[in-house]
Ligand binder design. Structure first.
Ligand SMILES: Cc1cc2nc3c(=O)[nH]c(=O)nc-3n(C[C@H](O)[C@H](O)[C@H](O)COP(=O)(O)OP(=O)(O)OC[C@H]3O[C@@H](n4cnc5c(N)ncnc54)[C@H](O)[C@@H]3O)c2cc1C
Ligand code: FES
Length: 244
């Protein structure tokens, strides 16, 4: 982990509320694993914001960001050439299990899985959303071995239904799961994985202040006791997460 500065190379809209930042920051790009995040200083704001590294090459990282509040609205306005302070790479990453992997991303949670999918080379990566217009995954170049699938609640693209329903249909013995998304999705998936004895990992989100394990502001509950999402996670074994 290091504190450094990045230069913004590109800032592009992907959907009506999702945009992509490409940052030149070789020190972080070189060592980042799929599922790890950076803690980015938004100019004019004192608290840094956490974002997963959605893609990386030798010198650059890509963040995929959903406009949420003041910080993410300010980032969306930045022009190429802007300099940003950041910490990273932070947290742990996903670890593959043997056998075919099914990666399930609910909405912006998909950004936590894309670098992992790239590094795996062979897997199925499914993005779920309410409707086709919310889906941005096909705008990110991924290796041919990564099979892209989609699920929409209104049936306008891909499987008609949510990702828990998709997983019920698609999970076969011998497979494993990596997932990130809203709490109801992860809760439903956890039940399914436990019923079918399928191993999995979940990337969690919590509000963060320090991002370094010092403030204890990002505590979550696991079967082993309290854990810090920034330091012990954000990736946890699926069966260990205790949802409140
Ligand atoms: C490990 C991790 C990875 C993440 N990766 C992504 C990503 O790849 N893409 C993406 O769009 N979003 C991601 N998020 C969520 C993102 O950090 C928040 O959407 C963002 O901080 C909101 O900032 P804001 O100023 O626009 O919102 P505001 O609501 O104005 O924020 C106010 C404060 O609350 C904090 N906050 C609000 N929502 C969250 C949240 N969900 N998680 C943590 N802090 C929050 C902000 O950091 C800020 O300090 C991630 C969160 C975590 C914990
Ligand atoms: S954000 Fe401070 S301990 Fe996790």
């Amino acid at each position: 982990m290091m504190e450094t500065r990045a230069v913004l190379l590109a800032n592009e809209a992907m959907t009506k509320d999702i945009y992509k930042l490409k940052l030149h920051v070789p020190e972080i790009a070189a060592g980042v694993q799929g599922g790890q995040f950076v803690h980015l200083q938004v100019p004019g704001f004192s608290l840094r914001r956490p974002f997963t590294v959605a893609d990386a090459d030798e010198e650059t990282i890509t963040l995929i960001i959903r406009r949420q509040g003041k910080g993410t609205s300010a980032l969306e306005q930045l022009n190429p050439g802007s300099e940003l302070a950041l910490l990273g790479p932070l947290g742990n990453g996903f670890t593959p299990f043997p056998g075919p992997g099914l990666l399930l991303g609910g909405g912006i949670g998909t950004a936590a899985l894309t670098l992992f999918a790239r590094r795996l080379g062979e897997c199925t990566l499914v993005m779920g959303g309410k409707q086709a217009a919310d889906l941005w995954l096909n705008q990110l170049p991924l290796p041919i071995g990564v099979a892209l699938e989609f699920a929409t609640e209104d049936g306008s693209k891909g499987f008609a239904g949510n990702l828990v329903q998709y997983a019920k249909k698609s999970l076969k013995p011998g497979m494993w799961v990596a997932a990130c998304g809203p709490m109801p999705m992860l809760t439903g998936l956890q039940d399914l994985l436990l019923q079918r004895k399928i191993p999995g990992q979940f990337a969690l989100e919590e509000r963060m202040a320090c991002g370094l394990g010092a403030c204890r502001g990002c505590t979550c509950t696991t079967t082993k006791g309290n854990a810090l999402v920034c330091k012990d996670g954000p990736v946890f074994a699926a069966e260990e997460v205790v949802f409140s």
